[in-house]
Write a protein that binds this ligand. Structure first.
Ligand SMILES: [Zn+2]
Ligand SMILES: [Zn+2]
Length: 206
């Protein structure tokens, strides 16, 4: 059948939230329109200790501009980021904002190489790979719950932000502690009670 040969196997689905229809954009260079939409975050946006929860609201501010070769997309995206503080491992949530610009050329798969950039599929363009790259590259590799997070006590693992700056441990080799430790060992009962103690208690003993 002639029509099946002309269409590539995978066409963009215009119902997908990250697929934009450019029909409303005049093809004369210089024409532009802006679209603001909130889309669910695609899956697998993670890097290091941080990620964007799948389905979370990502706010897009997209300007489409007709240029000679295609449509120039200028995008600003704001997304929530969750993760673990790199110092204290407490949950972190913050927002990131990314900006990027990509040309979607009219010519389909110009050059057929992977690095040849994006192209329009008819009137449609798919923002997902652009958004995905921009967001993943902007994720904080070592997120912090706060910029001056003091982290964990290296000896006992206590949250230093909770136990306070005066939290410290005496060194095991400190002579003052060595003496006290010896007294404590001596004060502990060792083995069964001595016979005279048992006679004093009387009734409790067999
Ligand atoms: Zn922290
Ligand atoms: Zn400690």
């Amino acid at each position: 059948m002639p029509y099946s040969r002309r269409k590539p196997a995978a066409r963009l689905d215009p119902r997908r939230p990250l697929v934009l229809d450019t029909r409303a954009l005049p093809r004369s260079p210089g024409s532009a329109r802006t679209e603001i939409r909130t889309v669910p975050a695609p899956a697998d946006l993670h890097a290091g200790l941080a990620g964007i929860p799948e389905g979370a609201d990502v706010r897009l501010d997209v300007t489409l501009e007709s240029v000679t070769d295609g449509v120039l997309v200028t995008m600003r995206a704001t997304a929530p980021v969750t993760g673990e503080c790199a110092r204290c491992l407490e949950p972190v949530s913050q927002a990131i904002e990314v900006r990027c610009q990509e040309l979607f050329s009219y010519e389909q798969g110009a050059g057929d190489g992977e690095e040849d950039g994006y192209s329009l599929d008819g009137d449609l363009l798919d923002l997902e790979p652009v958004l995905r790259d921009a967001l993943v590259l902007s994720l904080p590799l070592a997120p912090l719950c706060r910029q001056d997070c003091p982290g964990l006590c290296p000896e006992c693992g206590a949250l230093l932000a909770q136990v306070g700056a005066e939290h410290e441990h005496e060194r095991a080799t400190d002579p003052r502690w060595a003496g006290l430790r010896q007294q404590m060992v001596q004060a502990q009962p060792v083995g069964p009670p001595a016979p005279d103690t048992r006679e004093e208690n009387g009734r409790g003993s067999p």
